[in-house]
Design a protein around this ligand. Structure first.
Ligand SMILES: Cc1ncc(C[n+]2csc(CCOP(=O)(O)OP(=O)(O)O)c2C)c(N)n1
Ligand code: SF4
Ligand SMILES: [Mg+2]
Length: 284
């Protein structure tokens, strides 16, 4: 039987009180509750405080370039579609530097769970505005306040027909771990945007600020595949911020379109180098 201890217990470089601790705990809990052993899981990340998370888990991991958690996650899923593949990323990493990969991964729909630590700030580089920072937020760079429109990740994902769209909160670990479980069980790309307080650099969206506003949606009040109603719900932000699953649309995953995977994971085929060698020899 899998236990939390199997995923290790590491010293972290995160600030005491950071929302990232809650997300790490929720991911471990979800994997254990689903009975997934560390060798069955691969977590890919980019660069950021959030992207350090795989360093603190004992399982297969890949820590890549800034904004690039999704390409290696997609590659790993194609090489071995029996793996549970999770992409861990930040609001800057995913919606800023990696925005192009986000859009095109939604179009591809690989069976990957995306967990976005959305602290509405660039944490690692010490507090510049990110694509989700609120208008008016002052930082050391945006000294007169942010004036660019924040990006709404849920609305964007729903508008592009992302097959599973949800929001969690790092301050509600039990709810978050159940949400991550659902996202992992969903076949296709699942987005879990997690509201994550950054206690050092985001003095606006604090644990207190979120806790006074977030509420759990038991029933969103519409069929989960109703894209228009889901989009409308995703616009709710302010005094009340909904948490839970906003949108689900079951459709074939990227891997299911690939005939080469029908007989089993690619890695089992072994490396067939004869054809490549023949090609190279042709140039000599
Ligand atoms: C191409 C590129 N641009 C910029 C940077 C510098 N950089 C590293 S992390 C980071 C911001 C990370 O913010 P986010 O993804 O929100 O993660 P957080 O630290 O907040 O968890 C930036 C701008 C980089 N490493 N590579
Ligand atoms: S800077 Fe912010 S996001 Fe980074 S570890 Fe500290 S509190 Fe967490
Ligand atoms: Mg961030």
């Amino acid at each position: 039987m899998v236990s939390i201890e199997d995923y290790g217990n590491f010293e972290t470089a995160w600030c005491p009180g950071c929302g990232n601790f809650g997300i790490l705990k929720a991911i471990k809990q979800a994997l254990v509750d689903l009975g997934r052993s560390p060798h069955e899981v691969l977590i890919a990340s980019g660069i950021g405080q959030s992207s350090k998370l795989p360093h603190y888990l004992k399982c297969n991991t890949f820590n890549g370039l800034h904004g690039r958690s999704l390409p290696p996650a997609t590659g790993a899923k194609v090489a071995n579609h029996e793996l549970t593949v999770i992409a861990v990323t930040g609001d800057g990493d995913c919606y800023g530097e990696g925005g192009n990969h986000f859009l095109h991964t939604v179009r591809r729909n690989p069976d990957i769970t995306m967990i976005v630590h959305d602290n509405q700030i660039y944490g690692l580089t010490k507090g510049q505005a990110s694509p989700t920072s609120e208008i008016g937020m002052r930082t050391k760079i945006q000294t007169h306040g942010v004036f660019n429109m924040p990006l709404n990740p849920l609305s964007l994902a729903i508008s592009m027909d992302c097959s599973f769209v949800s929001r969690g909160y790092a301050g509600n670990i039990q709810h978050l771990s159940k949400l991550i479980e659902k996202a992992i069980q969903h076949k296709g790309l699942s987005l879990v945007d997690v509201l994550q307080p950054c206690v050092s650099f985001n003095k606006l969206n604090t644990f207190k600020w979120y806790s006074e506003r977030v509420y759990e949606m038991e029933d969103p009040g519409y069929e989960l595949n109703d894209r228009v109603r889901a989009f409308e719900k995703s616009l709710e932000w302010g005094d009340r911020i909904p948490l839970g699953v906003f949108y689900v649309n079951e459709k074939p995953s990227f891997e299911e379109h690939l005939d080469a995977l029908a007989t089993g994971p690619l890695y089992r085929n072994g490396a067939k180098t004869d054809a490549v060698n023949e090609l190279i020899d042709g140039f000599i």
